[in-house]
Design a protein around this ligand. Structure first.
Ligand code: PRX
Length: 653
């Protein structure tokens, strides 16, 4: 039997859910009156401008609507409503790459948000429902700009700063953005890097929808200014009033779009609502992170991902907490940077990805012991399965065997955590997401709804709608239905399928076993194999390609490509040199089309790909080869069975 780790209850003073009995009571409450219990929390947590008429509208499933008829505003929920009790409390603590610091109190944040919102309205004509693309580094202005959009009802779409001009352009066009907010650049590892030039390239074709670019001057490097289009945020902000009227938003008005990878080449604009999203962001902050008034919370994600949205900006601020934003990287100037910051800011909850944990473990296993980390109560992980050695180091060395580890399972589409330990209640099994949170009806089933046997792999589904769930894919309702409600049914009704596999053990603990579709999880970031393949196919000499995940010591999964060339080098000597050059060119292509996060960790050149008689590439076989597994499946039915041996030979050479 697996060892259980019990929470050190003396570390926690005033938790909301104190033990498993209270957890089960809450689960029962939802079981007895699902909608009524959600309504209870919505009434308690949200500062409504106008009460809602209906809790859940299922009339147009799976386009579920929550709290219809109600009005509120997310910026008010996160900032303005706190001014009465917390105006001088730190809302955002910022630490720059080079160690510069900035603290914004709730009052200062409110003023900055208002000024920015006024700028968007007055200088750029942004109105409710307009889309604003945010391509920013990790500086407080990113959060300010997001909240300013919320304040006036504009829909933001944050694009991760590591994405290329092409990727940015696709997202701008799909969202038909009116305004792009960016920075000249920022700092990484002690050096300036640039963002605005990437925006310039993105806007050089096909982005007629964009009227203006607003540039936050962060690193002061030289950039090009296009007259009439580009404006300095730093200049315009000086003229703005710090008072701004809050736009009353319907519960279902979209708060943001966030593009994520799926199993086709084109990323999906996941659309989130206002009330349901913020309710769950706040509730999970309180339940999973046990956020208390004097806590300092640090999530190391980038605001360009959902983790940054929900657990750097919206969740902590809705809960009235102090959130830390860090511009730099965990290994600069050395692998002790995070632990130094934990000591300095007396961080109480530290939330990061297994990739970072593995890297910090590898680069400085003893580093945490050099700092006073006794303020920590909760250590969180997110984005990918955490392996037992990384978990052990995190628990024993970083947490000094005192902290609760919350292995939080969720997705861009779920808005917030869905399966996670509760830090004071749940006895933890290492590297296991444990149980569904109250209100989330998570089931591990076959596609027809039959529950899987204990210890058997099944599909991770959520069988009832929940307030923070994705509402649709921007401009593509059909793809929304197909992607999430097309695969699984329960009692004849289409249910939400996450795309992940999972397993339940004899104690009811849920372990996530990974994606069941063609999505790879690189350093906790989702990457569609089709997306990478379509970038590679743009190379003139590529005839066909298949991309799969390959286990990677630090990243969890790396990207591995099998490439078939149109013209093959003839001699052995030419081949090696040419293939080396081609691999470089192909990676450069990926960098241009998507960004450095999608670079291949490995690539081999093969004469063909294994295919079924109907021409479908057998990725399962390619995945097995990349993992170094023996091919056990029957390959005799393939159109070209001999290719498998040939690929294995090249792979092993
Ligand atoms: O495969 C699951 C994995 O990350 C995917 C979601 O990726 P994304 O939408 O980019 O959001 C990442 C941050 C929430 C999931 O489908 N995943 C996320 N958390 C875990 C996880 N896999 C295992 N354990 C987790 N705790």
């Amino acid at each position: 039997m697996q060892k259980l780790f019990y929470p050190k209850k003396n570390m926690f003073k005033n938790p909301l859910i104190k033990n498993m009995c209270e957890y089960r009571d809450l689960v029962d409450e939802f079981d007895k009156d699902y909608e009524g219990t959600w309504a209870k929390f919505a009434n308690e947590k949200i500062d409504w401008f106008k009460p809602y008429d209906q809790i859940l509208d299922e009339s147009n499933a799976p386009f579920y609507k929550w709290f219809t008829g109600g009005q509120m505003n997310v910026a008010h929920q996160c900032v303005d409503r706190h001014l009465e009790t917390k105006k001088n409390k730190a809302a955002i603590i910022f630490e720059g790459d080079n160690g510069d610091q900035r603290i914004l109190t709730y009052r200062e944040l409110a003023y900055e948000v208002n000024k920015t919102a006024n700028m968007f309205k007055n200088n750029f004509g942004v109105k409710k429902g307009d889309r604003v693309v945010i391509y920013m580094p990790m500086i407080p202005e990113s959060a300010i700009v997001m909240l300013a959009c919320a304040k006036i009802g504009a829909i933001h779409s944050v694009v991760f700063g590591g994405f290329s001009a092409e990727a940015l352009r696709d997202r701008i066009i799909d969202a038909e953005a009116k305004l792009v907010v960016t920075a000249d650049g920022a700092y990484r590892k002690g050096k300036p890097y640039m963002l605005k030039p990437v925006v310039d390239i993105a806007l050089s074709s096909g982005c007629e929808c964009v009227q203006n670019v607003c540039v936050v001057e962060r690193n002061g490097e030289n950039i090009e200014w296009i007259a009439g289009r580009d404006y300095s945020y730093n200049e315009l902000i000086k003229e703005q009033s710090s008072k701004c009227q809050t736009e009353p938003m319907d519960s279902e008005d979209p708060l943001f779009l966030l593009y994520t990878s799926g199993s086709t080449g084109k990323p999906k604009g996941v659309q989130h609502s206002s009330a349901g999203y913020i309710l769950w962001a706040q509730m999970t902050m309180e339940w999973v992170f046990d956020i208390q008034d004097n806590d300092t919370f640090w999530c190391t994600a980038d605001v360009g991902w959902i983790t940054g949205h929900t657990y750097i900006v919206y969740g902590p601020l809705a809960a009235g907490a102090t959130t830390v934003m860090f511009e730099g990287v965990p290994t600069f100037p050395d692998a002790g940077r995070c632990w130094k910051m934990v000591e300095e800011y007396q961080i109480n909850q530290f939330y990061t990805a297994p990739t970072a944990i593995r890297l910090l473990h590898k680069m400085g296993a003893d580093e945490p012991t050099k700092y006073d980390l006794s303020s920590l109560r909760i250590l969180g992980t997110v984005g990918e399965p955490i392996d037992p050695p990384a978990w052990k180091w995190y628990y024993e060395v970083v947490g000094n065997s005192n902290c609760s580890i919350v292995d939080t399972y969720w997705q861009t589409e779920t808005g917030g955590h869905v399966i996670s330990p509760l830090p004071v209640a749940t006895p933890i099994k290492p590297a296991c997401a444990t149980f569904a949170l109250p209100g989330i009806i998570a089931e591990v089933i076959e596609s027809d709804g039959t529950p899987t046997e204990i210890g058997e792999k099944g599909l991770m589904c959520i069988t009832k709608p929940w307030p923070a769930m994705i509402r649709t894919i921007w401009n593509n309702d059909e793809r929304f239905i197909k992607s999430y409600f097309g695969d699984c049914k329960k009692e004849g009704k289409a249910i939400y399928f996450s795309g992940d596999g999972a397993m339940i053990d004899e104690d009811g603990y849920i372990t996530i076993t990974g994606r069941t579709d063609d999505v790879i999880n690189v350093s906790g970031h989702r990457m569609g194999t089709a997306e990478v393949e379509s970038a590679i196919k743009k190379h003139d000499n590529v005839a066909s390609v298949a991309v799969v995940g390959k286990p990677h010591e630090i990243k969890g999964e790396g990207i591995f490509a099998y490439v078939v060339l149109k013209s093959v080098p003839t001699t052995q000597k030419d081949q090696t040199a040419e293939e080396f050059a081609l691999a470089k060119e192909i990676n450069a292509m990926i960098k241009t089309e998507i960004g450095a996060i999608a670079l291949c960790d490995g690539m081999i050149f093969v004469s063909d790909l294994p295919k079924t008689r109907s021409g479908k590439v057998m990725r399962r076989i390619l995945r097995s080869i990349a993992k170094g597994e023996k091919i056990t499946q029957d390959i005799s039915t393939l159109e070209n069975p001999n290719i498998v041996k040939s690929i294995e030979k090249i792979f092993n050479s």
